[in-house]
Design a protein around this ligand. Structure first.
Ligand code: NAP
Length: 258
C-alpha cells in the first residue's frame, strides 16, 4: 500500500481549510495553485504553483509523486482544471472528490437577474442602472469594454473589485478597488452607499466570505445580476464541505468511493 498522498487543486478558502484538516490527520498533502495571485495564502503541507500542462501533465505529475487521492477544491467557475482533473483521475486510476460549496439562493426580497455569461450580464446592465459594482474577478472584464468602437455601456460607471489588477481591455469608466475577502455586511453597505451603486454584478460563487454584498444589496433594494455556474463535469463524486471530504476519504468509506 503506498503512503497516502492527497493532491488538492486549490485557489479557494475551502482548499485552504481542507489542507489544514488533512495535514492534522497526518496525511501527506500537496496543494496546487494556478499562480494567478502574486501573494497567495500559503496552505499547510507542501505547495506547488503553476499549470501542469493539461490533463496529461497533471496525470504525469500524479504518477511521479505517487498521488493516492485527487481533491478538486478549485473555484466553481474554474471548469477547465476540473475537467482536466476528471481525465487525469481516470488515466491514473486515482479516486477523485470535488469539493464544491453550494451556490447562493435568492430570498423573496431579492431582485436577482440570472445570466449564463459575463456578456449576457453586460447586455442587461443599461436597463438596470448606471453605477455598477462589478465583483466577478479580474478575468473576463473585456465583456464590459468597448467592442470595435461601439460601446453600449458608454454611460455606465463601474466600481471593479478584485484581488489583482485586471488586464485591459476594461470598461471605459471605472474605479479599481483591490481587496480580498472576507467582507463584512457593514463594509459592503458602506461601499454601496458611498459609491451610490445602482446594480451589483456577481458570479454565483457561493460561500460566506463574499455573501455580505448580497445582503447589503437586498437591504438597499438593488438589482443583482448573478452569473450562473458552468455545469460541473459529469460523474464526479462531489462534497459540499470539508467534513464530507474527510468522511469520504476515511478507510470506512474506501469500499464506496470510486
Ligand atoms: P481554469 O480556467 O479552470 O484553468 C485554466 C488553467 O489554469 C488550467 O488548465 C491549468 O493549467 C491551470 N490551473 C487552474 N487551476 C489550477 C490549480 N489549482 N493548480 C494548477 N494549475 C491550475 O481556471 P481559472 O478560472 O483560470 O482559475 C485559476 C485558479 O484560480 C483556480 O485554481 C481557481 O480555484 C482560482 N479561482 C478562480 C476563480 C474564477 O472565478 N474562475 C475565482 C477564485 C479563484 P494546465 O492546463 O497547464 O494545468
Amino acid at each position: 500500500m503506498p503512503a497516502p498522498h492527497a493532491l488538492i487543486l486549490g485557489g479557494t478558502a475551502e482548499a485552504q481549510a481542507l489542507a489544514t484538516a488533512l495535514t492534522t490527520t497526518g496525511t501527506r498533502v500537496t496543494t496546487s495553485l494556478a499562480g494567478r495571485v502574486a501573494t497567495p495564502r500559503t496552505p499547510p503541507g507542501e505547495l506547488r504553483i503553476g499549470g501542469f500542462g493539461g490533463a496529461e501533465g497533471l496525470a504525469r505529475w500524479m504518477r511521479e509523486h505517487h498521488v493516492t487521492a485527487l481533491l478538486d477544491a478549485t473555484h466553481p467557475f474554474a471548469h477547465r482544471i476540473s475537467e482536466n482533473a476528471v481525465k487525469a483521475a481516470q488515466n491514473t486510476g486515482t479516486p477523485l472528490i470535488a469539493l464544491r460549496r453550494p451556490g447562493w439562493t435568492p430570498t423573496p426580497a431579492d431582485h436577482w437577474h440570472s445570466v449564463h455569461t459575463l456578456a449576457e450580464a453586460a447586455a442587461l446592465l443599461p436597463t438596470l442602472g448606471q453605477r455598477i459594482f462589478l465583483t466577478t474577478g479580474r478575468l473576463g472584464l473585456s465583456a464590459f469594454a468597448p467592442q470595435d468602437g461601439a460601446d453600449p455601456l458608454q454611460d455606465l460607471w463601474f466600481l471593479i473589485r478584485s484581488v489583482e489588477t485586471p488586464d485591459p481591455p476594461t470598461p471605459r469608466h471605472y474605479q479599481l478597488l483591490l481587496a480580498r475577502g472576507p467582507f463584512t455586511l457593514e463594509g459592503e453597505r458602506d461601499l454601496l452607499r458611498a459609491h451610490r451603486i445602482d446594480v451589483l454584478v456577481t458570479k454565483d460563487s457561493g460561500g460566506p466570505a463574499t455573501a455580505a454584498k448580497l445582503t447589503a444589496a437586498r437591504e438597499l433594494g438593488l438589482p443583482v445580476v448573478v452569473v450562473r455556474r458552468p455545469d460541473p463535469p459529469a460523474g464526479v463524486r462531489t462534497a459540499p464541505d470539508v467534513q464530507t471530504v474527510l468522511a469520504l476519504l476515511s478507510p470506512a468509506a474506501a469500499d464506496t468511493y470510486p
